[in-house]
Design a protein around this ligand. Structure first.
Ligand code: GH3
Ligand code: MG
Ligand code: MG
Length: 511
C-alpha cells in the first residue's frame, strides 16, 4: 500500500476543510447570532412591557381607592357607616402602597424611574393621612396620569405592535382612568352643593367637563368598533356597551338635572351611588382590558421564546448536518482513493504488486538500503516450460498454477520490507534485505523448493515432474557504487538465463 501524504496534500485537504466546513458553519453562526439577538431583544421589550403594565395596574388600583376616598370624604354630613368606610379605604390605600414599594425592588426599572414612583407613593401616603380633602386628592389623581404615562414610556408600552394592543393600552393608561376621573369630579362637585343649588362657577366647570366627555365617548365608541369588529359576542364588547350606555344616561342626567334643572332633587348619597355604579362599570372594562393586554403580551413572550428555541435547534441541526455530510464524503472518498491506489499497484490475478510498482519501489529500496548499510537482495524467477504447461493443461490451468506460485512466494515473505512482484507473464521478482550471499541463496532455494513441493503436475517439464521455477539472484552491497536499476535488472536476468541453460529448477547468483 502506498500513502502519499506530503505537505501539499495536507494543505489541499485543509483548504477543502475550510471551504466545506468552517465557512458554512461560520455563516450559520453569524445568522444565528443576528437572529437570536433580534428576537431576544423583542422578547426583552415585551417583558419590559409586562413589567410596566403590572406597575401601572397597581398604581391605578391605588388611584381607584383614592377616588373612592375622595367621594366618601366629600359627602356632606356623613353617617357612621360612611365614616367607617373612609377609615377602611385609607388603611387599604396605605397597605397597597407598602406592597407596591416592595414589588418595585424587583423590577428592572432604572433608579430614576423607581425614585419617581417612590416619591409619588410617599406623596399619596402623606396626603391620605393628613389632607384628604377633595382638591388635594384630585391633584394626586392628576399626578397619577403623568406618572402612568411616564411608566408607559419607560417600559416601552407605548410602542404598541398592533391596533388591538394599542386600543387596550390606551384604555389602561389614559382613556378609562380619565372617564372615571370625570365621574369622580362630577360626583364631587354635585355632592358638595349647598341648598341643592350649584354656583354658576361650578356649573361652568361641569359644562366644560361635559364637552370633554363627549370627545372621550366618541373615542370609546370608535375603539370598541375597531377592537370588536369581527367579534361582537365577547366579554369585552359587552363591557364596552355597558360603559357607553351607562355614561350616556349619566351624561344626560347631568345635563338635564344638574346643569339645566332648577334644583338637584336627589340626596348626596344617591348622587354618590349613581356615580359609583358607573365607576364600577368602567372599572370592569379597565380590568378586562388589562387582563386581555396581559395575555397578548404573555403570548408574545411565549412566541418569541419558541422562536428562540427554533433558532437554536435549526442552527445546531444545520451545523451537525454540515459536519455529517462532510465526514460522510470524506470517508467515502478516502475509501475510493485507497482502492484506486491499491488497484494501480497490484496485479489483479495474482494479487501481487505489479511491474509499475516495482519500477517505483525498487529504486527507493536501493537508496534506502544504501543509507542503512544493508544488503539488498533481488531474486528474479521464471516458470520453467510454461508455454508447454499451457499447451498441455490449458490456459485456465496455467492461470491457476500462476496463482498457486504467487501464493507460495507470498507465504514465504515474513518481514515488513520483503516484497514480491509479478514482473511479466510467468516472471516474478522478490526484493528483500539484510542477508549475506549464503543466506540469500538458502532463502531463494527455499522459495524454489516450496514451489516444486506444491506438486503441480507438469509432464513436459525437463527438470521435474512438477511445476518448477528457475532463479537469478543478485546481492547488492551498500558500499558498491554505480549500480542502477536497469544494470541490476540486466545482471539478474543473465543469471536467470544461466539457470535455464544449466537445466532449470535451480538458483544462479551473480556477483
Ligand atoms: P522457459 O522455461 O524457457 O521459460 O520456457 P517457457 O515456455 O516458460 O517460456 P516462454 O517465454 O516461451 O513462454 C512463456 C509462456 O507463459 C507463454 C505464455 O502463454 C505463458 N503465459 C504468460 N502469461 C500467462 C498468463 O497470464 N496465463 C497463462 N495461463 N499463461 C501465461
Ligand atoms: Mg518467460
Ligand atoms: Mg518460462
Amino acid at each position: 500500500m502506498i500513502t502519499n501524504t506530503n505537505s501539499t496534500d495536507k494543505k489541499h485537504s485543509f483548504r477543502y476543510f475550510i471551504l466545506s466546513v468552517i465557512i458554512p458553519i461560520l455563516g450559520i453562526f453569524i445568522v444565528f447570532i443576528y437572529s437570536y439577538n433580534y428576537v431576544n431583544e423583542e422578547r426583552k421589550i415585551t417583558q419590559y412591557n409586562l413589567e410596566g403594565l403590572s406597575e401601572i395596574n397597581s398604581i391605578q388600583n391605588i388611584i381607584f381607592k383614592i377616588q373612592k376616598l375622595r367621594g366618601l370624604s366629600n359627602i356632606a354630613n356623613p353617617s357612621t357607616d360612611t365614616k367607617k368606610d373612609i377609615l377602611k379605604v385609607k388603611k387599604d390605600i396605605l397597605n397597597s402602597i407598602s406592597i407596591l414599594k416592595d414589588n418595585l425592588k424587583y423590577t428592572t426599572f432604572n433608579k430614576d424611574m423607581k425614585q419617581k414612583i417612590i416619591n409619588f407613593l410617599d406623596k399619596i401616603s402623606l396626603y391620605v393621612t393628613t389632607k384628604h380633602n377633595f382638591k388635594d386628592l384630585s391633584k394626586l389623581v392628576q399626578d397619577s396620569f403623568i406618572i402612568i404615562k411616564n411608566i408607559s414610556y419607560h417600559s416601552k408600552l407605548i410602542l404598541a405592535y398592533d391596533v388591538k394592543s394599542h386600543i387596550l393600552i390606551e384604555n389602561v393608561i389614559s382613556l378609562l382612568p380619565e372617564v372615571i376621573e370625570y365621574n369622580g369630579q362630577i360626583r364631587g362637585i354635585t355632592a358638595s352643593r349647598i341648598n341643592n343649588q350649584l354656583s354658576t362657577n361650578l356649573k361652568n366647570t361641569i359644562s366644560t367637563e361635559l364637552s370633554k366627555e363627549k370627545e372621550r365617548m366618541s373615542r370609546l365608541t370608535f375603539n370598541m368598533n375597531l377592537y370588536c369588529e369581527d367579534k361582537k359576542d365577547t366579554k369585552i364588547h359587552k363591557s364596552y356597551t355597558d360603559v357607553i350606555d351607562a355614561q350616556h344616561s349619566l351624561n344626560k342626567f347631568t345635563k338635564n338635572n344638574i346643569l339645566n334643572g332648577d334644583a338637584i332633587l336627589l340626596s348626596p348619597i344617591d348622587i354618590f351611588k349613581i356615580h359609583t355604579k358607573n365607576i364600577d362599570i368602567i372599572s370592569q372594562l379597565y380590568y378586562i382590558s388589562s387582563k386581555e393586554l396581559y395575555s397578548i403580551l404573555n403570548q408574545r413572550v411565549q412566541d418569541k421564546t419558541l422562536i428562540l428555541y427554533w433558532i437554536i435547534f435549526i442552527s445546531l441541526l444545520s451545523v451537525f448536518f454540515i459536519i455529517y455530510i462532510n465526514m460522510l464524503f470524506y470517508f467515502k472518498n478516502k475509501k475510493v482513493i485507497e482502492k484506486i491506489q491499491e488497484l494501480s499497484i497490484t496485479d489483479s490475478m495474482t494479487e501481487l504488486y505489479n511491474r509499475r510498482y516495482f519500477d517505483i519501489e525498487f529504486p527507493k529500496q536501493l537508496r534506502l538500503k544504501k543509507r542503512l548499510h544493508q544488503n539488498l537482495i533481488f531474486i528474479m524467477m521464471d516458470i520453467d516450460h510454461f508455454k508447454q504447461y499451457n499447451d498441455t493443461y490449458g490456459h485456465q490451468a496455467g492461470d491457476k498454477a500462476l496463482i498457486a506460485v504467487a501464493k507460495s512466494l507470498k507465504g514465504n515473505l515474513n518481514r515488513p520490507d520483503d516484497m514480491v512482484f509479478r514482473l511479466g507473464g510467468e516472471e516474478f521478482g522478490v526484493v528483500c534485505s539484510d542477508m549475506d550471499k549464503d543466506k540469500a541463496m538458502a532463502f531463494a532455494n527455499k522459495l524454489r523448493i516450496d514451489i516444486e513441493n506444491l506438486n503441480i503436475e507438469h509432464k513436459k517439464n525437463s527438470a521435474s515432474a512438477f511445476v518448477t521455477v528457475s532463479m537469478g539472484l543478485k546481492v547488492i552491497k551498500p558500499d558498491v557504487d554505480g549500480y542502477t536499476m536497469s544494470s541490476i535488472y540486466k545482471m539478474t536476468d543473465e543469471a536467470l538465463y544461466r539457470a535455464k541453460q544449466n537445466g532449470r529448477n535451480q538458483v544462479v547468483s551473480v556477483d
